[in-house]
Design a protein around this ligand. Structure first.
Ligand code: GLA
Length: 424
């Protein structure tokens, strides 16, 4: 078995995204997602903490990654997303300090970074620490009095794969600050502050999806998130189906401009449509009929983007309904339709995602599949008949590897609780 490459977004300031590459241990089986159990993980982190800081940690927090079952790029259009937090997460082991300084290291990436809470600047050398710095900065702007700490981060979320590793780091940082000062903050406020940290400090103009999922996840459930009201309805996972994550493990060839470009095209579309229909504030308010009627008023690329978002938003409501009534076939069909729209209209599908889609669609038990997160590579998410999961994982792993020479990772997306203090 070859040694796979681990991808990570090492910095997003000014929308320039660069990638880190390093090696991790090969997996022994496609379904072997729990590389370590909780106690092994705790002892690994404790040992490294003692090496880094000379003492043991006194507080542990976690925040999960997420996978979206439907709703690509609908969040910044104030639309809906069907999302779940997953049992891959980021831990921070910490010990409070009395001098207003924060020192953070990571088991997953080289380098440590130190800063004063009263003077927070952007770290050009160790860019991942800007997620920590940004959260501290925004929380203080919001008036919270924070305590410094020594912290060691450990994540089981593959970086840059569309499962919100950045949001998990932001939300775990905020959770730690809250716990260190014995504060009580509504998790929705945490989601909003950490989104602001990513928008304003890190420089990535994401929507609320990732931070909200990480803060608000509920074990065994999916969230039907309304990104206008920033509220959700909790829905149990439909019986008989399993969410599977199929990581292409292919580097995302991004310049960094793709995401803000899509967002700007949507905003342009909404603005033009609002000239005809004043009730349209964002694409959430538009109907397909309105978009099609004004095709000639929109640039062709803007028309395609609007077309996709309006349909995708409806698909979120439709799949939530289909899953609720146990209509697995319809749920799968909607996912496949989402994939086709993401490929042809929103143009966020990479060639590895297409190879993964082919592998998934020929596997036993597949109901449907689509891209997770922002797209442009990373993970696909599939709905699979529960009793066929093993055969599914074997087939997808083998078929994708034959077609691409890349070893994928295929594992269940188990719905987990949102961020919190770890009792371990
Ligand atoms: C990224 C962003 C989210 C959302 C998704 C696409 O994950 O951080 O806000 O826009 O892409 O749905």
């Amino acid at each position: 078995m070859t040694n796979p490459t681990f991808r990570g977004i090492s910095g997003t300031k000014g929308n320039n995204i660069t990638f880190l590459s390093r090696s991790i241990k090969p997996l022994t089986s496609p379904l072997n997602r729990n590389i370590m159990n909780v106690q092994q993980r705790k002892s690994l982190v404790t040992n490294k903490f003692v090496k880094a800081f000379g003492k043991t940690p006194t507080i542990w927090v976690q925040a999960p990654g997420r996978v979206d079952l439907m709703g690509s790029h609908t969040d910044y259009n104030e639309g809906y997303v069907l999302t779940e937090a997953i049992d891959r997460n980021t831990w921070i082991a910490a010990r409070p300090r009395g001098d207003g300084r924060v020192q953070v290291c990571s088991v997953n990436a080289p380098g440590c970074s130190e800063f004063e809470l009263i003077d927070i600047t952007y770290d050009e050398v160790i860019p991942w620490t800007n997620y920590v710095r940004g959260v501290a900065d925004i929380m203080q702007q919001e008036g919270y009095v924070l305590r410094g700490f020594d912290g060691l981060i450990h994540s089981t979320i593959p970086f840059g794969s569309g499962l919100s590793s950045s949001a998990a780091l932001e939300v775990s940082t905020a959770t730690l600050f809250v716990a260190l000062s014995d504060m009580k903050i509504d998790p929705v406020i945490i989601a909003k502050m950490t989104q602001r940290a990513e928008n304003e400090f890190v420089g990535m103009n994401c929507g609320i999806l990732d931070q909200y999922s990480s803060a608000m996840g509920k074990r065994g459930n999916v969230l039907l998130l309304d990104c206008r009201t920033i509220t959700h309805e909790t829905r149990p996972i439909a019986p008989g189906v399993q969410v599977m994550i199929c990581d292409t493990r292919a580097e995302r060839a991004l310049t960094g401009s793709e995401y803000p470009e899509r967002r700007a095209q949507c905003e342009q579309g909404a603005q033009i449509l609002s000239g005809f229909y004043p009730e349209i504030k964002t694409l959430r308010d538009a109907t397909l009929d309105q978009v099609q009627t004004h095709k000639a008023d929109l640039e062709p690329v803007v028309y395609k983007r609007c077309h996709f978002i309006v349909e995708e938003n409806q698909r979120v409501l439709d799949i939530a309904e289909a899953l609720a009534v146990g209509d697995h076939k319809e749920s799968g069909r909607l996912m496949n339709e989402s994939f086709a729209g993401a490929r042809d209209l929103y143009e966020i599908v990479s060639k590895e995602m297409i190879a993964m889609q082919e592998a998934v669609m020929s596997a036993p038990g597949t109901l449907g599949t689509r891209g997770a997160g922002a797209g442009f590579g990373g993970c696909m998410v599939a709905l699979v008949e529960e009793d066929k999961v093993d055969g599914f994982a074997d087939h997808v792993s083998e078929q994708y590897q034959v077609n691409t020479s890349i070893e994928p990772q295929v594992y269940p997306g188990v719905a987990a609780d949102g961020a919190g203090v770890l009792e371990i």
